[in-house]
Design a protein around this ligand. Sequence first.
Ligand code: ATP
Length: 254
Amino acid sequence: MTQPSLVTQDLTIRFGGHVAVNAVSCEFRPGELTVIVGPNGAGKTTYFNLISGQLTATSGKVLKDGTDLTAMAPSARAHHGIGRAFQLTNLFPGLTVLENIRLAVQARSGAGWKLLRRVEALTELTEKAERYLEATKLTDKAHQPASALPHGDQRKLEVALLMAMEPDIYMFDEPTAGMSLDHAPDVLDLIAEIKKDRTKTVLLVEHKMDVVRALADRIIVLHNGELLADGPPEEVMSSQIVRDVYLGKSTEAA
Ligand SMILES: Nc1ncnc2c1ncn2[C@@H]1O[C@H](COP(=O)(O)OP(=O)(O)OP(=O)(O)O)[C@@H](O)[C@H]1O
């Protein structure tokens, strides 16, 4: 079996007396798409925040290819290949779609935000940005201001920006939330494309069971901050304990 790219070891966070994520140990491998499910308040987003660095663990560890990221800020974790899609936080609304992607490519190339003096360098970045535009089917929107995009296209642009950062770990928290039914398939197709790259590890928080079924190689279930189940989709979804949680029975009874 391939080595895990991402590991959480006994990952825990307390807010006062409340343990929102409780000793979650999991390994995630390249070429694998894991969907994290669980009832409202189960700790899914908090678990994501602990991995991407928006929150710092009370105890436990986050390791990426063996490097301990636990104490690192989100930007340092991003540098180590953790890529999380956020709604438009990295966007320059007045710039065009292409310019936004080119800036992300530029940031990834190590040139930072400096003005580029060499025309060839700019051409190279533009060509790369155009490939991400094409991959996300935004080519015909290239010269529109990012802020003018309809909601569905803005979500695609978020994925394009994430791809431009070339992360090893892709994290999506409800990628089709608030999207119309016509746009959701585009974003799901993009995630399916990313998953085809066997060097990438994909983590997805999702409530919609049809999305889970379409994409998951593996499902982990969180409940009250604890890891309740972990395995292939059919196995997890048919397990009695998971059914009980979704039907609202107490797990103790199960
Ligand atoms: N910053 C915080 N301070 C205090 N409590 C928090 C904080 N963040 C999350 N929590 C609590 O931790 C628990 C887990 O929340 P979290 O948002 O991770 O759940 P979730 O599984 O993502 O839920 P949903 O599906 O509704 O988004 C909840 O009880 C929540 O109130």
